[in-house]
Ligand binder design. Structure first.
Ligand SMILES: CC(C)(COP(=O)(O)OP(=O)(O)OC[C@H]1O[C@@H](n2cnc3c(N)ncnc32)[C@H](O)[C@@H]1OP(=O)(O)O)[C@@H](O)C(=O)NCCC(=O)NCCSC(=O)C[C@H](O)C(=O)O
Ligand SMILES: [Mg+2]
Length: 289
């Protein structure tokens, strides 16, 4: 069976916020992004860098994937952030505003020169119009790059778009990135929902993201974890149906038939592949609990 890592919920936290870093050790997030970029003021950047690198090397976050978001390639902090992150060896370095394959190659080279361990991956943030148009070359640029992360705040800003329910102005960009991720076999995470008090609107956006095909969503507040984990996990009905699909197909094959129906719907090989993917995800989530 295919091995999968659950990445339903990926929580950002400001790298300078010691209380949030402590709290994160007990939160049901699949992954954490310890942020050195937008959530950290310029005069707190160096202290935050030390703090998140110590956290990443601490081994105190259990099964949660621990990643570090460095400052952008065109900033004065980027090189030092990458060097420090390479030494700390988190699960991934999250790089904002990646716009080309060449930038991915530069990040890869810097991590190698910095002695980053093999397990430290690159998660590229795609959050500009240029990145939407270059999504495939970015995703395909490196084997170290395993995840694309949407930055919908920056994207909306660059597009001069408004935030509206249903996100119509952003859907073209989201679709291009999804196509790129699936075409290159990478994981893809949806952007954040800014109103931390509006859990109804948040859940609707999670449902939309899952229907689109995102593997999970990036979050900014612990209150968003429960609905996100629920929406991006296979439901009991999906698990049950997946098991029935696999059984029915196996039985049909044993009887020399290539096609079968389950609940009145045609089942072929591709549906069985999907059913196996759903069961593998459900098992990986259960193994975390
Ligand atoms: C959005 C917040 C500023 C709200 O903060 P606050 O008002 O303090 O929240 P609460 O009082 O409700 O907090 C309750 C407790 O939860 C802890 N907490 C809050 N947020 C987090 C978090 N993200 N991780 C861990 N723990 C958190 C508080 O410390 C409280 O704990 P306790 O006192 O023990 O009860 C705040 O949530 C926040 O700062 N969120 C993260 C913001 C962030 O990281 N932004 C940057 C990333 S988003 C981005 O850049 C997207 C992308 O680039 C794009 O372009 O779209
Ligand atoms: Mg951004």
């Amino acid at each position: 069976m295919t091995e999968v890592t659950p990445r339903r919920s990926v929580l950002y936290m400001p790298g300078a916020n010691e209380r949030a870093l402590e709290k994160a050790k007990t939160l049901p997030a699949d992954a954490l992004i310890l942020d050195l970029e937008d959530a950290v003021a310029p005069d707190a950047k160096e202290a935050a860098r030390e703090r998140v690198c110590a956290a990443a090397a601490s081994g105190e976050y259990g099964p949660r994937e621990l990643t570090i978001r460095v400052n952008g390639l065109d900033t004065e902090w980027h090189d030092a952030d990458l060097r420090a992150a390479a030494k700390a060896g988190p699960a991934a370095v999250v790089v904002p505003k990646v716009n080309s394959a060449r930038e991915v190659h530069n990040i890869e080279r810097a991590l190698e020169l910095g002695g980053a361990p093999e397990h430290t991956r690159i998660w590229a943030m795609v959050e500009t119009p240029v990145a939407m148009l270059h999504a495939e070359e970015i995703a395909a640029a490196s084997e170290r790059l395993t995840v694309l992360v949407l930055g919908t705040n920056d994207l909306a800003k660059e597009l001069h778009a408004e935030f509206v329910p249903g996100r119509a102005p952003l859907l073209g960009g989201l679709s291009l990135c999804l196509l790129a991720a699936r075409a290159t076999g990478k994981v893809i995470l949806d952007g954040v929902y800014n109103d931390v008090r509006d859990l109804e609107g948040f859940e609707a956006e999670c449902v939309q993201g899952r229907q689109f095909g995102f593997d999970g969503k990036t979050l900014i507040h612990p209150g968003q974890l429960e609905p996100c984990n629920r929406v991006f996990a296979p439901s009991e009905e999906e698990v049950d149906r997946s098991r029935r699909i696999i059984t029915a197909f196996d039985e049909a094959q044993a009887a020399g038939q290539g096609v079968v129906t389950v609940d009145g719907r045609m089942i072929e090989n591709l549906h069985v592949d999907n059913a196996r993917r759903i069961l593998a995800l459900a098992d990986a989530i259960a193994a975390r609990a």
